[in-house]
Design a protein around this ligand. Sequence first.
Ligand code: URA
Length: 184
Amino acid sequence: MYNNWEELEKSIINCKECKLCQNRTNIVFGNGNKEADLMFIGEGPGADEDKQGLPFVGKAGKLMNEAFKGLGIKREETYIANIVKCRPPQNRVPEQDEAQTCLNYLRNQVILVRPKIIVLLGSTALKNVLGKEYAITSARGKWIEKKGIKYMPTWHPAALLRDENKKIEFWKDLKEVANNLKKM
Ligand code: URA
C-alpha cells in the first residue's frame, strides 16, 4: 500500500503482474479529482481508452457524459477508475486472476481518494468490489454501505447502448447519487 499518489502511480508504470500487459498500448490508471467525494468504478479499458490512456472516453463514456450533464454532475470533480487497468482482448470480461491482481491498485486508489460515494458500473465492478454474492439485476439502484462508504451499483454504460430501459434506470440511479451528494 502506498501513502501517496506519486509512489502509487510510479508502481504501476511497467506493471507486468498479469497477462493483460501483453497487448496494451497504455495503462488506464484512472483520472479526475483525487479528493473527489464521488468515485466511479468501471470494468476495464476499451479500444479508445487503451489508445488514450484515459477511462471512459469512448462510446460508453459519452453516455456517461450526457447523464452527468443532465444531472449537474461535473465529471472533473469525480474520480473514475476501472477494475483492470489494461484492455482485455476483444473487450472480454476480465478473468479472475487479472481482476484480483489489479484490485490492489484500485484499493489503494480508493484509500487515497477517500470518496463518500462509489458508483459501481456493472456486474464486474459490483462483484469484484463488494463480493460474488451480489447480482447487478437485484442490487442496482439500492445503496449498500460498507466501512463508511456508500456504494450505488448500476448498469454499465455499455449496457445502455443495447437497452433503452436500462438507460432510464441508469439515469434514475445517478439522480439518486446526485441528490445524496448535495445533502453531504
Ligand atoms: N468500459 C469500462 O468499463 N471502462 C472504461 O474505461 C471504458 C469502457
